[in-house]
Design a protein around this ligand. Structure first.
Ligand code: ITT
Length: 187
């Protein structure tokens, strides 16, 4: 396989997938055809629903991904609502919700669920997680979404203070992409 279609509206995700797959000679190509995001309890359900919708229009193999940040002090919020919350409350709104919460209690987990499917086949899911903390303020200008407020475990910088390659080395998406790549290698 030389070309892999990624159904996404998000250029940041696309760049990260392209960076990871370029080294193995796979060209990741964006298809921004959109699909409804089911209001479900899990990222897995959202991804599965997305596949069922997209495969009615696309008859070649493709990937799509649902991701979200789960903040401990907010009982997992925004989780599956991460996209909606990013566009409404925004990062400043999230930081306000965590006002007064000390660093030791600002734990959060980023999750990424990739779905890969071929026409008429059952989709396969590849899951990656990254633990860390929500910073006290926004830091950094790289990346996208919640990157300026997420500090991965083992580092003192936010994802927005790292380049794509470095973020991929231990991010939720880097990990799910790694599993997807392993799957391709075994095919
Ligand atoms: P799709 O078209 O691929 O669905 P999206 O931006 O709607 O793109 P998601 O629903 O998967 O993507 O993402 C939920 C939210 O979480 C959204 O606001 C993203 O910007 C944010 N997000 C996802 N992955 C992220 C990452 O690696 N770093 C920072 N924010 C991220």
């Amino acid at each position: 396989m030389k070309t892999l279609y990624f159904i996404t509206s998000n250029k940041g995700k696309l760049t990260e997938a392209q960076e990871r797959f370029a080294s193995v000679g796979i060209d990741v190509v964006q298809k921004d055809i959109g699909y409804p995001e089911l209001q479900a309890a899990t990222l897995e359900e959202v991804a599965q629903f997305g596949v069922d919708h997209v495969r009615q229009q696309v008859n070649h193999p493709f990937i799509l991904e649902d991701a979200g940040i789960f903040i401990d002090a907010l009982h997992g919020f925004p989780g599956v609502y991460s996209s909606y919350v990013y566009h409404t409350l925004g990062l400043q709104g999230i930081l306000r919700l965590l006002q007064g919460v000390p660093t030791a209690k600002r734990g959060a987990t980023f999750r990424s669920v990739f779905a890969y499917t071929e026409p008429h086949a059952q989709p396969r899911l590849f899951i990656g997680e990254c633990q860390g903390t929500v910073s006290l303020g926004e830091q950094g200008t790289q990346g996208f979404g919640y990157d300026p407020v997420f500090i991965p475990q083992g580092d003192t910088r936010t994802f927005a203070q790292m380049g794509t390659k470095e973020k991929n080395q231990f991010s939720h998406r880097g990990r799910s992409l790694e599993k997807l790549l392993d799957f391709f290698k075994k095919q």
